[in-house]
Design a protein around this ligand. Structure first.
Ligand code: LLP
Length: 447
């Protein structure tokens, strides 16, 4: 496993200018400060408060088109099924749908969300190790495009439910190719020890079993080896080569394979990683699966939405500790959990233009939650900041808002969509009343 990205100070941290140069949605205006597309983030903070997630519709479109263009240029018959878990905001889903995206979902809740956003179940794939019978029935009744089965046990359940509905469920087998995607341990999925998928050795027999079941139409194989893959194409190539070998083996035994699902996982540069390009991924798919004459599916999440979002937060106060300077923000680990959970590094840019010419010194950037783990960055080189000054956490569009909690009774933050010069609320900030609204006291409760 590659070392996790460090929270610790490192002179190799990119400068503000470098961070901005690599992020086309963001720019610095001499008077208005940091802009997302044409909208000053300061204006968004003034209008909608902080902390607030801000997404760029233009970036979502640009990235979807770049991925599609890379797949087309490689001559692949490929469909893109956006991994809803990365960001399930309705506005985000609708922007991607308008570009032609299908969906990858892992729960009935995500299926409801994608259908509500106008993504038909007929272009949606259902993944996940623990689909409940109720979720399977819901997906089948909705006309799901594909279910990726993750175990022998699940296949029997799917068949029984589908047969009861008078259907044959379109099922792909999620194969665990046992390759090391060399990403963070908590987000690698394609190793033999992970809970995901079916062991390569068992897959052939299980596929034959599916063909014999009354409620299943075997349609192909699927894999997903991990997330935030930045270590070149070798893991992808190894996994896809194994899939290709399996497709040939299945066909040799007269078992039909209609399509292959290549999963997601394409990484993005948060700090200074050299992330592989969509062209490289398309090339790896072409080289391994291209000769089989099967359509391929992709399930990208982070690559599409990560760079399209920031988390906008205000400084509560700057505190001089015994050994270090702390910037205490109004955002916390309950909003953006990735640094606490994966030691993830997110760029932090001051919003004010003045901050970009001010002297810099290291600070620990923290939230107000009562845990030391509520630390976004250690020794990050930033200017002195006053209460109310704004910062933007970069690349927060994926696995940001969706992973938020209300820990410390902190309401879920608002979400805003920017499109060109326009900005609008796309998720209302939770209130304290919302937090209390679902609690109940028993009738018999007499304190
Ligand atoms: N397909 C399947 C079956 C998945 O499990 C995932 C992500 C994806 C597609 C999308 O992967 P992506 O293209 O976004 O890498 N919360 C973690 C990431 C967890 C990813 C889980 N599965 C993080 O914040 O880094």
């Amino acid at each position: 496993m590659a070392a996790p990205l460090p929270l610790a100070p490192d002179s190799a941290d990119p400068t503000f200018t470098e961070l901005l140069a690599a992020r086309p949605a963001l720019s610095m205006h001499a008077h208005d400060g940091l802009l997302m597309d044409e909208v000053p983030l300061a204006r968004i903070a003034a209008e909608f408060g902080t902390p607030t997630w801000v997404y760029s519709a233009g970036t979502l479109r640009r990235r979807y088109r770049a991925l599609k263009a890379a797949l087309d240029a490689a001559g692949l018959d490929a469909s893109i099924h956006y991994a809803t878990k990365a960001n399930d905001n309705q506005a985000v889903l609708r922007v991607l749908r308008a570009e032609g995206a299908g969906a990858d979902i892992v729960s009935a809740g995500e299926l409801r969300a994608t259908m509500a956003a106008g993504i038909p179940a007929g272009v949606t794939v259902f993944s996940g190790v623990g689909k409940t019978p109720g979720e399977i029935r819901f997906a089948l009744e909705a006309g799901i495009f594909q279910i990726n089965a993750e175990s022998a046990e699940e296949i029997e359940v799917i068949s029984a439910i589908a047969a009861g509905l008078g259907l044959r469920a379109p099922v792909s087998l999620r194969v665990n190719p046992d390759v090391d995607a060399r990403t963070h341990a908590k987000i690698t999925t394609g190793r033999a020890e992970n809970k995901f998928g079916i062991a390569f050795e068992d897959a052939h027999a299980l596929y034959a079993r599916m063909a014999a079941l009354p409620g299943i139409r075997p349609i192909g194989i699927a894999t997903h080896i991990g997330s935030q893959i930045t270590d070149g194409m070798s893991a992808y190539r190894a996994a896809y080569a194994r899939l290709a070998e399996m497709v040939r083996g299945l066909r040799a035994h007269g078992l039909p394979v209609e399509r292959v699902d290549c999963g997601g996982g394409l990484g993005i540069p948060y700090r200074d990683e050299i992330a592989p390009t969509p062209e490289a991924l398309a090339g790896a798919i072409k080289a391994t699966l291209g000769g089989l004459g099967v359509p391929v599916m992709l399930e990208p999440g982070r690559w599409l939405v990560g760079p399209a979002g920031v988390l906008l937060s205000a400084v509560v106060l700057q505190k001089q500790g015994a050994a270090r300077r702390f910037l205490v923000l109004d955002a916390a680990m309950n909003d953006l959990v990735r640094p606490a959970m994966y030691e993830a590094w997110h760029g932090i840019l001051p919003v004010s233009p003045l901050a970009h010419v001010a002297p810099l010194s290291p600070a620990d950037v923290v939230g107000p939650v009562c845990e030391s783990g509520d630390t976004f960055a250690k020794g990050r080189v930033l200017p002195a900041m006053a209460p109310g000054d704004l910062v933007a956490f970069l690349d927060a569009g994926a696995y940001g808002a969706v992973m938020s909690s209300t820990y410390n009774a902190r309401p879920l933050a608002a979400e805003v969509l920017v499109d060109g010069a326009r900005a609008a609320l796309v998720r209302v900030r939770q209130t304290h009343e919302d937090l209390l609204a679902h609690q109940r006291l028993p009738e018999w409760f007499t304190p």
